[in-house]
Ligand binder design. Structure first.
Ligand code: CP3
Length: 343
């Protein structure tokens, strides 16, 4: 059994100091990331350049000694591998060709035809397994089907996921077909990441919070449960982190219903609430408000200690409640890590 701290926490061990990493830890707040990105050209070129993607993954590990590295890639590479056109508008975010009709669904590639496009991502994983320090855990990831579907259906990011909700209401068969195709493709994508050396996988369901009632069960819980069951059948003991962001009450029982080893918590719920309602089922990850990485100071130290204290009686991986933002100060990240490790 590995004694890496993240893997111990994922097995349910309560550690004296929680292991720590950050969502979007390789990113624009770091000058060395901006320099490598300029060298690569645009964001997608960086994702598909295995050497440079590995380099930006390693940058925050060198700077802060985080307990985990997360593969540098994006959740929207999978639809691109399924045949969707994807590009990023500077300052605005992702744009895609839309998938909303039976014909467009039928035109998507099969799940075994994604690997030519995604081969550079698997190569990034192999480089990282060679180059990461022996104590650092390598996390692979994918978007959860619902969140990826919201981008495929709208052709862009949306505030309320309106187009995806509309398709769900008007053409349930096509909507469910998109979710099914993504569920199957996500299994194949993550399986290749694990074969290449990812030790943990994480499913990002950033828009889970907009699914209510039975929709949450059908399109957040069920696809996640299917992906996890299939991966664990192929890779017994593989730890999985699920992040149904802003699920609120939906966090309660989510690990049991899906088979996830750890549930990542956003900062719309308090650490005390999550400790009482979610950590009782196993490891949790989270949930410092990323705004503290911008504002820093005593408030950052206090809030960091509060999160550590709230989760100290159960298995916990320290993280932010969402990704670090480009306007964050790298010194504040150092202060957070020091506060966690020195108590
Ligand atoms: O966490 C990590 O450091 C690993 C790499 C990673 C990225 N995106 C890199 C990235 C991961 C895990 C993601 C996940 C992702 N991507 C999500 C789910 C998590 C979340 O944030 O809710 C979503 C919804 C996406 C789609 C996406 N990618 C959007 C909406 C954007 C534009 C918004 C933005 O922040 O600019 C991206 C771009 C993106 N993905 C960047 C990075 C570092 C910024 C790209 C750049 O300009 O350099």
């Amino acid at each position: 059994m590995s004694d890496k701290t993240i893997l111990r926490a994922l097995r349910g061990e309560v550690l004296p100091t929680p292991p720590v990493w950050m969502m979007r830890q390789a990113g624009r707040y770091l000058p060395e990331y901006r320099a490598t990105r300029a060298q690569a050209g645009d964001f997608l070129s960086l994702c598909y350049n295995s050497e440079l993607a590995a380099e930006v993954t390693l940058q925050p590990i060198r700077r802060y000694g985080f307990d985990a590295a997360i593969l540098f890639a994006d959740i929207l590479l999978l639809p691109q591998a399924l045949g969707v056109d994807l590009w990023f508008e500077t300052g605005e975010g992702p744009r895609m060709s839309t998938t909303t009709t039976p014909a467009e669904l039928a035109a998507l590639k099969g799940c075994d035809d994604i690997h030519d496009t995604l081969a550079p991502i698997y190569e990034t994983v192999r480089i990282l397994r060679r180059e990461l320090p022996s104590e650092t855990t390598l996390i692979g990831f994918a978007g959860a089907p619902w969140t990826v579907a919201t981008y495929m259906i709208a052709g862009r990011g949306t505030r309320d996921q309106g187009p995806a909700h509309a398709l769900k209401a008007t053409d349930r068969a096509t909507f469910a077909g998109i979710i099914d195709r993504l569920t199957e493709a996500t299994v194949e994508y993550l399986a290749k990441q694990v074969e290449a050396g990812a030790e943990v996988v994480k499913l990002f369901d950033s828009w889970a919070g907009s699914l209510k009632g039975q929709d949450f069960e059908d399109f957040a819980v069920a696809p996640t449960a299917r992906i996890i069951a299939e991966l664990k059948a192929r890779f017994p003991g593989l730890p999985v982190i699920a992040f149904p962001r802003e699920a609120g009450e939906g966090y309660v029982g989510f690990a049991k219903k899906t088979g996830a080893d750890c549930v990542a918590i956003d900062n719309s719920v308090s650490a005390e609430w999550a400790a009482a309602k979610v950590q009782t089922d196993g490891c949790v990850q989270g949930n410092l408000d990323p705004k503290h990485m911008v504002t820093g100071g005593d408030a950052l130290v206090e809030a960091t200690r509060d999160v550590v204290r709230a989760f100290s009686k159960g298995p916990h991986i320290f993280n932010l409640g969402h990704g670090i933002t480009p306007d964050a100060d790298p010194e504040n990240v150092a202060l957070m890590v020091e506060t966690i490790r020195k108590g």
